[in-house]
Ligand binder design. Structure first.
Ligand code: AP5
Ligand code: ZN
Length: 214
């Protein structure tokens, strides 16, 4: 199954995507994670993306398309993938459709996480992220360690979780990513809406129910 996760920053795409990927035994592909790892490692991709990411702006579509095509071509994605934050503009939605069609595949479902902005700000302001496995945490402090990814990482605050960058990301979502919802609707996608407010377990259950898995 190819599942696209859509929703505003902080809605829980990363958190629920991780759970869904484990459940379906397919990889989670998150462009944000790929880009942050590139920034951390100082690669050419990271150097190109860093300034836009720190501000809360999008990186260029062409950069994302390269990451997307590489991930889809990987043997680990042969049985499907959870695409977290991979589609944020209508050209990216078209690009993903074309890239999948070239492989004889298609998007099976678009999961849209819905939640109000106050809760997003609360979650993002309280988030720390593992600098190695990129898992997000809430209520844990910078400097604590994480060993969930198999290697030991350190929890850090993302630069784009500063108040100015959070505001910018919300604006970018409204202006550039919300139109993707209409794009998928007008292209006949199987779009399912999920209320993203509630405990991790409640939201997970809604995701599984929406997909007809449980
Ligand atoms: P990215 O990393 O994708 O950031 P995002 O979309 O802003 O999403 P977040 O990671 O902030 O939120 P999330 O929905 O995953 O929530 P999470 O699970 O962490 O992208 C970063 C940047 O990369 C972009 O700004 C852009 O510059 C660039 N980029 C990436 N993809 C791109 C693309 N396709 N095109 C162009 N540029 C791109 O949860 C948030 C917090 O809430 C966590 O602390 C979590 O523990 C907590 N939480 C989660 N669920 C719950 C719950 N049910 N109850 C209470 N707390 C919860
Ligand atoms: Zn970790």
């Amino acid at each position: 199954m190819i599942i696209v996760l859509l929703g505003p920053p902080g809605a829980g795409k990363g958190t629920q995507g991780e759970r869904l990927a484990a459940r379906l035994d397919v990889p989670k592909v998150a462009t944000g994670d790929v880009l942050r790892a590139a920034v951390r490692d100082g690669t050419p991709l990271g150097l190109e993306a860093k300034a836009a990411m720190d501000r809360g702006d999008l990186v260029p579509d062409a950069v994302i398309m390269g990451i997307m095509r590489e991930a889809l071509a990987s043997p680990t994605a042969a049985n499907g993938a959870i695409l977290d934050g991979v589609v944020r503009t209508t050209p990216q939605a078209q690009g993903l459709t074309d890239a999948l069609a070239a492989l004889g595949r298609k998007v099976d479902a678009v999961l849209l996480f819905e939640i109000d902005e106050d809760e997003l700000v609360r979650r993002l302001s309280g988030r720390t992220t593992c600098d190695v496995c990129q898992r997000p945490f809430f209520g844990r402090e910078p400097g604590e360690t994480c060993s969930e990814g198999g290697q030991t990482g350190t929890l850090v605050r993302r630069k784009d979780d500063e108040p100015d960058a959070i505001r910018k990301r919300m604006q970018v979502y409204r202006d550039q990513t919300a139109p993707v919802i209409d794009w998928y609707a007008s292209h006949g996608a199987n779009m399912v809406r999920v209320d993203a407010l509630g405990s991790l377990e409640d939201v997970e259950q809604r995701v599984l129910t929406a997909l007809g898995i449980a």
